[in-house]
Design a protein around this ligand. Structure first.
Ligand code: NAP
Length: 305
Protein backbone atom coordinates (compact mmCIF):
# COMPACT_ATOMS: atom_id res chain seq x y z
CA UNK A 1 0.00 0.00 0.00
CA UNK A 2 1.17 3.53 -0.80
CA UNK A 3 1.16 6.42 1.63
CA UNK A 4 -0.11 8.79 -1.03
CA UNK A 5 -1.51 8.25 -4.51
CA UNK A 6 -1.51 11.35 -6.68
CA UNK A 7 -3.78 11.31 -9.71
CA UNK A 8 -2.40 13.58 -12.44
CA UNK A 9 1.17 14.46 -13.38
CA UNK A 10 0.97 18.21 -14.05
CA UNK A 11 2.68 20.89 -11.99
CA UNK A 12 0.47 20.18 -8.96
CA UNK A 13 0.88 16.40 -9.08
CA UNK A 14 4.62 16.48 -9.74
CA UNK A 15 5.22 18.91 -6.89
CA UNK A 16 3.06 16.82 -4.57
CA UNK A 17 5.18 13.84 -5.61
CA UNK A 18 8.41 15.73 -5.04
CA UNK A 19 7.36 16.73 -1.51
CA UNK A 20 6.11 13.21 -0.73
CA UNK A 21 9.32 11.53 -1.91
CA UNK A 22 11.51 14.05 -0.15
CA UNK A 23 9.47 13.54 3.03
CA UNK A 24 10.17 9.80 2.92
CA UNK A 25 6.62 8.85 1.96
CA UNK A 26 5.87 6.04 -0.47
CA UNK A 27 4.12 7.89 -3.26
CA UNK A 28 2.71 7.03 -6.66
CA UNK A 29 1.75 9.45 -9.41
CA UNK A 30 -0.73 8.05 -11.92
CA UNK A 31 -0.72 9.93 -15.22
CA UNK A 32 -2.94 9.16 -18.19
CA UNK A 33 -0.85 10.48 -21.08
CA UNK A 34 2.28 12.52 -20.54
CA UNK A 35 3.54 14.39 -17.52
CA UNK A 36 3.50 18.16 -17.43
CA UNK A 37 -0.21 18.75 -17.94
CA UNK A 38 -1.25 21.98 -19.63
CA UNK A 39 2.09 23.59 -18.81
CA UNK A 40 3.77 21.08 -21.12
CA UNK A 41 1.83 22.62 -24.01
CA UNK A 42 3.01 26.14 -23.17
CA UNK A 43 5.63 27.53 -25.50
CA UNK A 44 7.38 29.82 -23.09
CA UNK A 45 7.03 30.38 -19.36
CA UNK A 46 8.22 33.75 -18.15
CA UNK A 47 6.54 33.97 -14.76
CA UNK A 48 7.84 30.95 -12.90
CA UNK A 49 10.13 32.28 -10.16
CA UNK A 50 13.81 31.72 -10.75
CA UNK A 51 13.53 31.43 -14.54
CA UNK A 52 13.87 35.09 -15.51
CA UNK A 53 15.48 34.06 -18.81
CA UNK A 54 12.28 32.18 -19.70
CA UNK A 55 12.01 28.45 -20.07
CA UNK A 56 9.85 26.37 -22.39
CA UNK A 57 6.85 24.69 -20.74
CA UNK A 58 8.04 21.16 -21.66
CA UNK A 59 11.55 21.88 -20.29
CA UNK A 60 10.21 23.18 -16.98
CA UNK A 61 7.92 20.19 -16.60
CA UNK A 62 10.68 17.72 -17.46
CA UNK A 63 12.73 19.29 -14.67
CA UNK A 64 9.78 18.89 -12.27
CA UNK A 65 9.38 15.25 -13.29
CA UNK A 66 13.08 14.54 -12.77
CA UNK A 67 12.94 16.32 -9.40
CA UNK A 68 10.01 14.18 -8.20
CA UNK A 69 11.70 10.97 -9.42
CA UNK A 70 14.99 11.95 -7.77
CA UNK A 71 13.26 11.68 -4.41
CA UNK A 72 11.90 8.23 -5.21
CA UNK A 73 8.32 8.96 -6.25
CA UNK A 74 7.03 6.43 -8.77
CA UNK A 75 5.17 7.46 -11.90
CA UNK A 76 2.97 5.07 -13.90
CA UNK A 77 1.15 5.80 -17.14
CA UNK A 78 -2.32 4.37 -16.70
CA UNK A 79 -5.89 5.53 -17.13
CA UNK A 80 -7.76 5.85 -13.83
CA UNK A 81 -11.27 4.46 -14.25
CA UNK A 82 -12.59 4.40 -10.69
CA UNK A 83 -11.77 5.97 -7.35
CA UNK A 84 -13.13 4.93 -3.97
CA UNK A 85 -12.78 7.92 -1.65
CA UNK A 86 -14.76 6.44 1.26
CA UNK A 87 -13.19 4.61 4.17
CA UNK A 88 -9.72 4.74 5.61
CA UNK A 89 -8.05 3.01 2.64
CA UNK A 90 -8.44 4.84 -0.64
CA UNK A 91 -8.66 2.62 -3.72
CA UNK A 92 -7.76 3.67 -7.26
CA UNK A 93 -8.56 1.37 -10.19
CA UNK A 94 -6.81 1.95 -13.50
CA UNK A 95 -7.13 0.20 -16.86
CA UNK A 96 -4.25 -2.05 -15.70
CA UNK A 97 -4.08 -2.23 -11.89
CA UNK A 98 -5.73 -1.56 -8.57
CA UNK A 99 -3.80 0.53 -6.06
CA UNK A 100 -4.43 1.49 -2.44
CA UNK A 101 -3.17 4.38 -0.35
CA UNK A 102 -3.64 6.06 2.99
CA UNK A 103 -4.30 9.40 1.31
CA UNK A 104 -5.26 10.60 -2.13
CA UNK A 105 -4.37 13.81 -3.97
CA UNK A 106 -6.59 14.71 -6.91
CA UNK A 107 -4.52 16.71 -9.40
CA UNK A 108 -6.20 15.93 -12.72
CA UNK A 109 -6.14 19.55 -13.87
CA UNK A 110 -8.35 21.05 -16.52
CA UNK A 111 -8.87 20.80 -20.27
CA UNK A 112 -9.70 23.42 -22.91
CA UNK A 113 -13.37 24.36 -23.23
CA UNK A 114 -15.20 23.84 -26.53
CA UNK A 115 -17.23 26.52 -28.30
CA UNK A 116 -19.92 23.96 -29.09
CA UNK A 117 -20.14 24.70 -32.81
CA UNK A 118 -21.20 22.27 -35.50
CA UNK A 119 -18.08 20.84 -37.20
CA UNK A 120 -15.91 21.86 -34.22
CA UNK A 121 -15.21 18.24 -33.26
CA UNK A 122 -15.19 17.00 -36.85
CA UNK A 123 -12.48 19.50 -37.80
CA UNK A 124 -10.37 19.03 -34.67
CA UNK A 125 -6.94 18.43 -36.15
CA UNK A 126 -8.19 19.66 -39.54
CA UNK A 127 -8.14 23.38 -38.83
CA UNK A 128 -9.60 23.45 -35.33
CA UNK A 129 -7.07 23.46 -32.51
CA UNK A 130 -7.03 24.07 -28.77
CA UNK A 131 -3.26 24.29 -28.53
CA UNK A 132 -1.36 26.88 -30.55
CA UNK A 133 1.97 25.71 -29.16
CA UNK A 134 1.30 22.15 -30.32
CA UNK A 135 -0.18 22.91 -33.74
CA UNK A 136 0.99 26.43 -34.64
CA UNK A 137 3.85 25.29 -36.86
CA UNK A 138 1.37 23.54 -39.19
CA UNK A 139 -0.07 26.95 -40.07
CA UNK A 140 3.09 28.56 -41.39
CA UNK A 141 2.20 31.28 -43.95
CA UNK A 142 -1.53 30.73 -43.35
CA UNK A 143 -4.20 33.04 -42.02
CA UNK A 144 -5.64 31.99 -38.66
CA UNK A 145 -8.10 33.19 -36.05
CA UNK A 146 -7.88 32.87 -32.30
CA UNK A 147 -11.03 33.14 -30.22
CA UNK A 148 -10.99 34.30 -26.60
CA UNK A 149 -9.82 37.26 -24.57
CA UNK A 150 -7.81 35.74 -21.72
CA UNK A 151 -4.10 35.08 -21.23
CA UNK A 152 -4.21 31.91 -23.33
CA UNK A 153 -5.86 33.57 -26.34
CA UNK A 154 -3.46 36.50 -26.36
CA UNK A 155 -0.42 34.27 -25.82
CA UNK A 156 -1.64 32.03 -28.64
CA UNK A 157 -2.09 35.00 -30.99
CA UNK A 158 1.42 36.22 -30.19
CA UNK A 159 2.86 32.75 -30.72
CA UNK A 160 1.01 32.26 -34.02
CA UNK A 161 2.21 35.63 -35.31
CA UNK A 162 5.68 34.03 -35.57
CA UNK A 163 4.41 31.72 -38.31
CA UNK A 164 1.36 33.41 -39.78
CA UNK A 165 1.15 36.63 -41.79
CA UNK A 166 -2.25 37.41 -40.25
CA UNK A 167 -3.81 36.45 -36.95
CA UNK A 168 -7.34 37.58 -36.11
CA UNK A 169 -8.03 37.77 -32.40
CA UNK A 170 -11.78 37.51 -32.00
CA UNK A 171 -13.30 38.42 -28.66
CA UNK A 172 -16.91 38.61 -27.57
CA UNK A 173 -16.40 41.87 -25.66
CA UNK A 174 -14.49 45.09 -26.31
CA UNK A 175 -11.82 44.60 -23.67
CA UNK A 176 -9.46 41.76 -22.92
CA UNK A 177 -9.25 39.73 -19.73
CA UNK A 178 -5.55 39.01 -20.33
CA UNK A 179 -2.86 40.64 -18.19
CA UNK A 180 -1.61 44.04 -19.37
CA UNK A 181 1.86 42.88 -20.39
CA UNK A 182 0.31 40.43 -22.90
CA UNK A 183 -2.27 42.98 -24.07
CA UNK A 184 0.47 45.52 -24.76
CA UNK A 185 2.53 43.01 -26.73
CA UNK A 186 -0.47 41.97 -28.85
CA UNK A 187 -1.54 45.57 -29.50
CA UNK A 188 1.97 46.39 -30.68
CA UNK A 189 2.07 43.41 -33.04
CA UNK A 190 1.00 44.45 -36.54
CA UNK A 191 0.22 40.88 -37.62
CA UNK A 192 -2.54 40.66 -35.01
CA UNK A 193 -5.91 42.22 -35.89
CA UNK A 194 -8.46 42.49 -33.10
CA UNK A 195 -12.11 41.83 -33.91
CA UNK A 196 -14.12 43.05 -30.93
CA UNK A 197 -17.68 42.32 -29.77
CA UNK A 198 -17.80 39.33 -32.04
CA UNK A 199 -18.78 35.69 -31.74
CA UNK A 200 -18.18 32.75 -34.07
CA UNK A 201 -21.41 31.48 -35.56
CA UNK A 202 -20.19 28.78 -37.93
CA UNK A 203 -17.13 26.93 -39.10
CA UNK A 204 -16.97 26.77 -42.89
CA UNK A 205 -15.36 24.11 -45.10
CA UNK A 206 -15.96 20.59 -46.38
CA UNK A 207 -12.90 18.56 -45.35
CA UNK A 208 -11.15 21.13 -43.17
CA UNK A 209 -11.55 24.70 -41.96
CA UNK A 210 -11.79 27.13 -44.87
CA UNK A 211 -13.38 30.02 -43.03
CA UNK A 212 -15.69 31.11 -40.25
CA UNK A 213 -18.90 33.06 -40.03
CA UNK A 214 -18.69 35.78 -37.40
CA UNK A 215 -21.31 38.02 -35.87
CA UNK A 216 -20.89 41.44 -34.31
CA UNK A 217 -23.02 41.25 -31.17
CA UNK A 218 -23.52 45.05 -31.08
CA UNK A 219 -24.60 45.60 -34.69
CA UNK A 220 -25.77 42.04 -35.50
CA UNK A 221 -23.72 42.25 -38.69
CA UNK A 222 -22.79 38.77 -39.93
CA UNK A 223 -19.91 38.09 -42.31
CA UNK A 224 -17.57 35.34 -43.46
CA UNK A 225 -13.85 35.44 -42.82
CA UNK A 226 -11.38 33.29 -44.77
CA UNK A 227 -9.09 31.47 -42.33
CA UNK A 228 -7.20 28.17 -42.49
CA UNK A 229 -7.13 27.63 -38.78
CA UNK A 230 -9.31 28.36 -35.77
CA UNK A 231 -7.58 28.31 -32.39
CA UNK A 232 -10.09 28.11 -29.56
CA UNK A 233 -8.84 29.56 -26.27
CA UNK A 234 -11.95 30.29 -24.24
CA UNK A 235 -10.92 28.86 -20.91
CA UNK A 236 -10.89 25.45 -19.37
CA UNK A 237 -13.12 22.84 -17.75
CA UNK A 238 -11.95 20.83 -14.74
CA UNK A 239 -11.22 17.11 -15.22
CA UNK A 240 -13.33 16.15 -12.23
CA UNK A 241 -15.74 13.62 -13.81
CA UNK A 242 -13.92 10.78 -12.05
CA UNK A 243 -14.97 12.09 -8.65
CA UNK A 244 -18.32 13.62 -9.61
CA UNK A 245 -20.72 13.17 -6.71
CA UNK A 246 -17.90 11.70 -4.58
CA UNK A 247 -16.25 14.92 -3.42
CA UNK A 248 -17.82 18.36 -3.22
CA UNK A 249 -17.49 20.50 -6.35
CA UNK A 250 -18.90 23.86 -7.37
CA UNK A 251 -21.39 24.34 -10.21
CA UNK A 252 -18.61 24.44 -12.79
CA UNK A 253 -17.16 21.16 -11.51
CA UNK A 254 -14.12 22.59 -9.69
CA UNK A 255 -13.32 20.69 -6.48
CA UNK A 256 -13.88 22.69 -3.32
CA UNK A 257 -11.10 22.48 -0.72
CA UNK A 258 -10.08 24.37 2.37
CA UNK A 259 -6.77 26.24 2.44
CA UNK A 260 -4.98 22.98 3.29
CA UNK A 261 -6.26 21.41 0.04
CA UNK A 262 -8.56 19.15 2.07
CA UNK A 263 -11.77 18.17 0.27
CA UNK A 264 -14.96 17.30 2.13
CA UNK A 265 -13.73 13.66 2.34
CA UNK A 266 -11.10 12.77 4.95
CA UNK A 267 -7.79 11.76 3.44
CA UNK A 268 -8.73 13.16 0.05
CA UNK A 269 -6.99 16.32 -1.09
CA UNK A 270 -7.10 18.29 -4.36
CA UNK A 271 -4.40 20.47 -5.92
CA UNK A 272 -3.89 22.62 -9.01
CA UNK A 273 -6.28 23.71 -11.75
CA UNK A 274 -8.95 21.19 -10.73
CA UNK A 275 -9.54 23.15 -7.54
CA UNK A 276 -11.85 26.14 -7.06
CA UNK A 277 -9.47 29.09 -6.76
CA UNK A 278 -8.71 32.56 -8.01
CA UNK A 279 -5.45 32.08 -9.95
CA UNK A 280 -4.53 29.09 -12.11
CA UNK A 281 -0.84 29.23 -12.91
CA UNK A 282 2.11 26.83 -12.74
CA UNK A 283 3.34 28.48 -9.55
CA UNK A 284 -0.04 28.20 -7.80
CA UNK A 285 -0.43 24.58 -8.93
CA UNK A 286 3.01 23.78 -7.53
CA UNK A 287 2.17 25.52 -4.26
CA UNK A 288 -1.09 23.57 -4.01
CA UNK A 289 0.81 20.32 -4.55
CA UNK A 290 3.27 21.09 -1.76
CA UNK A 291 0.50 22.02 0.68
CA UNK A 292 -1.60 18.97 -0.26
CA UNK A 293 1.27 16.60 0.51
CA UNK A 294 2.10 18.35 3.77
CA UNK A 295 -1.55 18.17 4.84
CA UNK A 296 -1.83 14.54 3.68
CA UNK A 297 1.24 13.62 5.73
CA UNK A 298 -0.27 15.26 8.81
CA UNK A 299 -3.53 13.42 8.17
CA UNK A 300 -1.66 10.08 7.91
CA UNK A 301 0.25 10.74 11.13
CA UNK A 302 -2.84 11.85 13.03
CA UNK A 303 -4.63 8.68 11.99
CA UNK A 304 -1.69 6.59 13.32
CA UNK A 305 -1.35 4.37 10.30
P1 NAP B 1 -9.94 32.62 -19.08
O1 NAP B 1 -9.03 33.51 -18.33
O2 NAP B 1 -11.07 31.97 -18.40
O3 NAP B 1 -10.45 33.44 -20.34
C1 NAP B 1 -11.35 32.87 -21.24
C2 NAP B 1 -11.69 33.90 -22.29
O4 NAP B 1 -12.54 33.31 -23.26
C3 NAP B 1 -12.39 35.12 -21.73
O5 NAP B 1 -11.92 36.29 -22.37
C4 NAP B 1 -13.85 34.85 -22.07
O6 NAP B 1 -14.59 36.02 -22.37
C5 NAP B 1 -13.75 34.05 -23.34
N1 NAP B 1 -14.85 33.11 -23.45
C6 NAP B 1 -15.30 32.21 -22.53
N2 NAP B 1 -16.30 31.47 -23.01
C7 NAP B 1 -16.52 31.91 -24.27
C8 NAP B 1 -17.43 31.56 -25.27
N3 NAP B 1 -18.33 30.57 -25.12
N4 NAP B 1 -17.38 32.23 -26.44
C9 NAP B 1 -16.48 33.21 -26.64
N5 NAP B 1 -15.59 33.60 -25.73
C10 NAP B 1 -15.60 32.95 -24.55
O7 NAP B 1 -9.12 31.37 -19.76
P2 NAP B 1 -7.61 31.26 -20.21
O8 NAP B 1 -7.17 32.41 -21.00
O9 NAP B 1 -7.49 29.89 -20.83
O10 NAP B 1 -6.83 31.23 -18.85
C11 NAP B 1 -7.13 30.22 -17.88
C12 NAP B 1 -6.25 30.44 -16.66
O11 NAP B 1 -4.89 30.15 -17.00
C13 NAP B 1 -6.28 31.88 -16.18
O12 NAP B 1 -6.20 31.87 -14.77
C14 NAP B 1 -5.03 32.48 -16.78
O13 NAP B 1 -4.52 33.57 -16.03
C15 NAP B 1 -4.08 31.29 -16.74
N6 NAP B 1 -3.05 31.43 -17.79
C16 NAP B 1 -1.92 32.11 -17.43
C17 NAP B 1 -0.92 32.30 -18.37
C18 NAP B 1 0.31 33.04 -17.95
O14 NAP B 1 0.42 33.42 -16.81
N7 NAP B 1 1.25 33.29 -18.83
C19 NAP B 1 -1.07 31.82 -19.66
C20 NAP B 1 -2.25 31.16 -20.00
C21 NAP B 1 -3.23 30.99 -19.05
P3 NAP B 1 -14.96 37.10 -21.21
O15 NAP B 1 -13.69 37.84 -20.95
O16 NAP B 1 -16.02 37.91 -21.85
O17 NAP B 1 -15.44 36.29 -20.05
Amino acid sequence: MYDIIIIGGGAAGLTAGLYAGRGGLKALIIEKMFVGGQAATTYEVDNYPGFSERISGPDLMMKMEAHAKKFGTEIVYEDVIEVDVEGIKKTVKTNKNTYQAKALILAMGANPKELGLEKERKFRGAGVSYCATCDGAFYRDKVVAVVGGGDTAVEDALFLSRFCPKVYLIHRRDSLRAVKVLQDAAMANDKIEFIWNTTIEKILGEESVEGITIKNVKTNEVKDLNVDGLFIAIGVVPNSDLVKGKVETNEAGYIITDENMQTNKFGVFAAGDIREKILRQIVTAAADGAIATYAAERYINENRW
